[in-house]
Write a protein that binds this ligand. Structure first.
Ligand SMILES: *Cc1c(COP(=O)(O)O)cnc(C)c1O
Length: 412
């Protein structure tokens, strides 16, 4: 039996498998493509599994900090061993309740997205007798020349419009319970190549330098966001960034000459690049049928298990391989084209149309590669009431844990 078929026999199907060795490899590779003093936040929304987060934190040597945005992610971060001081809390709709939970757990750093958000952070911090360090998330009025023509920023629930900052600064500086600690800009996910990533960082860093000069924004920590890419649900390797480190050093030398001495500290963020390649989804063919000349392969995993954003009309780029082989190079002669459907009673439960598949039979275990980020977390877990998939964590080829999220109705 192949490893994956064996895991399904032991733990059931569908099943996520996360490999912690690949998690730490991705972290170490990304850290070595960044300047040595850079801090790196892991964005929990990509995959908040506590074992993954614990591996990313490391503990000996350079590890990740935590970027979280909910009380669920807060619990995961604490369970993974992060200290409150290692956590940055972000998001445009932080409630008093969640701020209370975060501050009570020792979180002191927040990215704030509007004056109201900053005031709420301040109220809760004051009630706890602490002062919160707040990064102003900025919605830049310009976008990078590398990704599009220069244009004015678009309206957004994220960040404070940069052109309003000059007028707002006196008010923002005076919010009790808060101290302005720096700037947070996040403008890009999944950059198409190294050149666009560098172009985006060049723009972000120059915007931050302009703000410091023009509106006297205090910048002790500058979080320049991310954009590090990863393949999603198709075979492929995470991209490498051989020129990034030197480019960032040159850009920072120009705009923040004292950055090497930690003034300001510089941080960036990543979700998919750190964990996407560490996960696979194993599932089983439960039925194969023809309808009006089209073949349908029906799996036990649909948008309730994997990237349910497809339920919003966006088809996933899924490809599957037989058993252990995500590159699906079984028998090319046996390849066929079919629609890949999940088990849910909704026409939206499609993982792919006209997907090239190896010849499959009912009962075959198939593997969907690069599903470690935005796999389970971005899926419609509750939809149609199937159990959540089991998540198995392996390290050095050995299973270190198997667990399953459960939904339990509790009456007040
Ligand atoms: C989602 C998010 C990220 C992570 O994005 P990836 O594309 O997974 O790297 C980073 N920062 C912020 C603020 C985010 O909202």
């Amino acid at each position: 039996m192949s490893r994956n078929t064996d895991l399904v026999a032991r733990y059931g199907s569908p099943l996520y498998v996360y490999d912690l060795d690949r998690v730490t490899d991705a972290r170490d590779a990304l850290l070595s493509s960044l300047p040595e003093t850079f801090e790196l936040f892991f964005s929990f929304k990509a995959n908040p599994h506590p074992e993954i987060a614990r591996a990313l934190r490391g503990g000996d040597g350079r590890g990740c900090l935590a970027e979280i945005s909910s009380t669920g992610e807060l619990s995961a971060a604490l369970e993974a061993g992060f200290d409150g001081s290692e956590i940055l809390y972000t998001g445009p709709g932080k409630t008093r309740e969640e701020l209370t939970a975060a501050i009570a757990a020792g979180v002191v750093s927040f990215s704030v997205e509007s004056p109201g958000d900053l005031r709420r952070v301040g109220e809760v911090a004051s009630a706890h007798g602490v002062v919160a360090d707040c990064l102003l998330r900025v919605n830049s009025a310009t976008s990078s020349a590398a990704t599009s023509i220069r244009m004015t920023g678009t309206p957004s629930q994220f960040g404070i419009d940069s052109e309003t900052l000059a007028d707002l600064m006196p008010e923002l500086r005076a919010v009790p319970g808060t101290r302005l600690a720096g700037a947070h800009l996040f403008s890009l996910s999944n950059a198409k190549d190294e050149e666009s990533l560098i172009g985006e960082f060049r723009h972000t860093i120059s915007v931050a330098a302009d703000l410091r000069r023009e509106v006297d924004l205090p910048v002790r920590l500058l979080d320049i966001g991310g954009g590090f890419a990863a393949p999603y649900l198709t075979p492929g390797e995470r991209p490498v960034y051989p020129g990034l480190r030197a480019a960032l050093e040159e850009i920072l030398d120009e705009h923040f000459p004292d950055w090497r001495a930690g003034t300001p500290r510089i941080a960036c963020e990543s979700g998919r690049h750190l964990v996407g390649g560490a996960g696979e989804l194993l599932c089983t063919v439960v039925n194969i049928k023809e309808s009006r000349g089209r073949k349908f392969v029906i799996l036990d995993a649909g948008i309730n298990t994997l990237g349910g954003m497809s339920g919003l009309g966006r088809l996933l780029p899924v490809s599957v391989g037989l058993g252990d082989d995500p590159s699906r190079d079984g028998d090319p002669a046996g390849e066929e084209v079919a629609t890949l459907a999940g088990p849910l009673c909704t026409p939206g439960d499609l993982l792919g149309k006209n997907v090239r598949l190896p010849a499959l039979s009912v009962g075959d275990v198939v593997t969907i590669p690069n599903a470690g980020a935005y796999g389970m977390t971005a899926s419609l877990l509750m939809f149609l009431g199937r159990p959540a998939p089991t998540e198995v964590v392996v390290r050095g080829g050995e299973v270190v844990s198997a667990s399953r999220i459960q939904f339990v109705r509790k009456y007040d």
